[in-house]
Ligand binder design. Structure first.
Ligand code: GTP
Ligand code: MG
Length: 67
């Protein structure tokens, strides 16, 4: 990562089974997996997007509401 590359941290939060993991998988890999199972602990992914020619790194944390 170069010094001037921008990084954004994104936290996905919401109740269990609302589709957080599915949203993340679709965004990062453009896939859908019907039997993914509930997320244990914290799961995170990195993604790069380009906005007006500028590269931005996304650090997406898939959180979980504790109950
Ligand atoms: N039909 C349909 N089902 C979806 C969609 N998104 C998610 N699901 C289903 O909803 C269920 C829960 O999705 P997850 O992505 O695992 O939800 P989650 O919020 O990560 O759940 P936890 O990890 O338990 O917090 C799964 O059975 C998915 O297959 C959607 O857009 N359409
Ligand atoms: Mg999940």
């Amino acid at each position: 990562m170069t010094q001037d590359e921008k990084t954004l941290k994104i936290l996905l939060i919401g109740n269990s089974l609302v589709g957080k993991s599915s949203l993340l998988l679709r965004f990062c890999d453009n896939r859908f997996n019907e039997d993914m199972g509930t997320t244990i602990g914290v799961d995170f992914r990195f993604a790069n997007i380009s906005v007006e020619g500028e590269s931005i790194q996304l650090q997406i944390v898939n959180g979980k509401k504790q109950r």
